[in-house]
Design a protein around this ligand. Structure first.
Ligand code: NI
Length: 167
């Protein structure tokens, strides 16, 4: 396994739309394993392939404290959503920034697993928010894009400044 480099907002590559995965093979399983290692080490509760500069529809989520409840979703499709909830979000691609985003309270998603088998996931609470956040990444969308232009500009300035300081 290998830890992967996570793209940082406002890196343009985060705006790429991910393509569907045609075949779930060993290369996909290897990428998922590397992404899991990367997510757990960060530590984070979700990671989309987009964030490691692989523009295919693969995302991982584990909201458990013990890091032992990994969900892998390939080619996820939203098939239902209800309610509305506002929750503070963060993102491994936007380190140190947290803000409130409104999303559906419950979602139903259909996806493929690592064996290429179709399954459905009913999510609510934090898991539902996380699923929507990661699916956005696959569409080339970062959560800060839900915030006001003023806030987005501030975040960009802050992160660019921090990047300069660490180089
Ligand atoms: Ni994110």
């Amino acid at each position: 396994m290998a830890k992967l480099n996570i793209l940082r907002y406002p890196d343009e590559r985060l705006y790429t739309r991910a393509k569907p995965i045609q075949q779930v093979d060993d290369s996909i399983r290897q990428l998922a394993a590397d992404m899991a290692e990367t997510m757990y080490a960060a530590p984070g509760i979700g990671l989309a392939a987009t964030q490691v500069d692989r523009h295919i529809q693969l995302l991982l989520i584990d909201i458990s404290e013990a890091q032992n409840d990994l969900h892998v979703l390939i080619n996820p499709k939203l098939i239902g959503s209800t309610g509305e909830v506002e929750r503070e979000e963060g993102c491994l691609s936007v380190p140190g920034i947290y803000d409130k985003v409104t999303r559906a309270e419950r979602v139903r998603v259909r996806a493929l697993d690592l064996n290429g088998k179709s399954f459905e996931l009913n999510a609510e609470g934090l898991l539902a928010v996380c699923v929507q956040h990661e699916m956005d990444h696959l569409l080339g969308k970062v959560f800060v894009q839900y915030l006001s232009t003023l806030k987005q500009n501030r975040i960009r300035t802050k992160l660019k400044k921090r990047l300069r300081e660490t180089m």
